[in-house]
Design a binder for this molecule. Structure first.
Ligand code: NDP
Length: 280
């Protein structure tokens, strides 16, 4: 029987993950099945147990289950522990091992694909949910300068700053104070504000001369923030499509010990999203 993998989330109707992982497996000649499992939060533990009993050996986790996955793992990678959020599961003899590949995926996309030098960039991180917690440590490790975290609910921003434990390098500020924060060289949207047609109201004063914007969202959900970035004269406006492919490749490597080449798949997904092509 093929090795069984699955994505757990709610909803999972529009997810690209099965397509991405099937393409990786095909390219590398690996026999695996990967399916999307729509799982209500209350049923997540039972769904994972059923999956393991049926021979499931690995999984991905997406909204809104990443924090629940963190609580269900028998052990965790350092990145998952720091993020307190799990997007990749590996079955072991003693239960699920949890990983978080979001940060590695984002940094790989920005530095390798988009040739962005992250070092020394004053960074504004909008959002403090699971994705923000996943990418923030990786950005610090990649050498950004100071990071300011701004979130709709201030307590969550404070919690992220505490988790990062980098005094002097990371601070939280109120959303209402965005106008007074000065300018940044990297602004990252890690909120889900625009997923259901919402908008983000941001001042142009956040833009410095060497200003780059990155949205973890892609497709329609990335359009408002990237448009704001272009209007503010960003040198580059990058959506989350490349991160999606790279975090999947990181997960794939942890399951199979081989990292797939991502360029062709990224190019074909990008062509499909050409309407919303980034300005980098
Ligand atoms: P969470 O639900 O954990 O967090 C959502 C975040 O968005 C919180 O910071 C929340 O603030 C904020 N938010 C929600 N609505 C609004 C609003 N109207 N105005 C301002 N802030 C708002 O989600 P994730 O962190 O897991 O995901 C965030 C986004 O990143 C999603 O859209 C997701 O699709 C995308 N993503 C992309 C990935 C990729 O590979 N490209 C990988 C992971 C995520 P508050 O705390 O106040 O509720």
């Amino acid at each position: 029987m093929s090795k069984q993998f699955a994505l757990f989330g709610h909803p999972v109707t529009h997810t690209l993950s099965p397509r991405i992982h099937r393409a990786f497996a095909r390219d590398l000649g690996i026999d695996m099945e990967y399916r999307a499992v729509d799982t209500a939060p209350d049923d997540f533990k039972a769904a994972l147990d059923r999956f393991a009993e049926a021979g499931g050996v690995g999984g991905n986790v997406t909204l809104p289950l990443k924090e629940a996955a963190f609580g269900l793992c028998a052990d965790l990678s350092p990145a998952a522990r720091r993020a307190q959020s799990v997007n990749t599961l590996i079955r072991t003899d003693h239960g699920w091992h949890g990983e978080n590949t979001d940060g590695a995926g984002l940094v790989r996309d920005l530095t390798d694909r988009h040739r962005l030098d992250l070092r020394g960039r004053r960074t504004l991180l909008l959002g403090a949910g699971g994705a923000a917690r996943g990418v923030a440590p990786a950005l610090l490790e990649a050498g950004i300068d100071k990071m300011v975290v701004v979130n709709r609910s201030a307590e969550r921003a404070d919690r992220l700053v505490d988790l990062l434990d980098a005094p002097g390098r990371v601070a939280s500020r109120y959303w209402e104070d965005l106008e007074a924060l000065g300018d940044f060289e990297l602004v990252i949207n890690a909120t889900s504000a625009t997923r259901h047609g919402g908008a983000l109201k941001l001042p142009f004063g956040l833009a410095s001369p060497r200003f780059v914007v990155v949205d973890l969202n892609y497709g329609e959900a990335a359009a408002p923030f990237l448009s704001w970035g272009r209007a503010a004269k960003a040198e580059a406006a990058i959506d989350g499509l490349g991160m999606l492919v790279e975090q999947a490749a990181e997960a794939f490597q942890r399951w199979h010990g081989r990292r797939p080449d991502t360029d062709d798949l990224y190019a074909s997904l990008r062509a499909e999203h050409a309407r919303l092509q980034t300005a980098d």
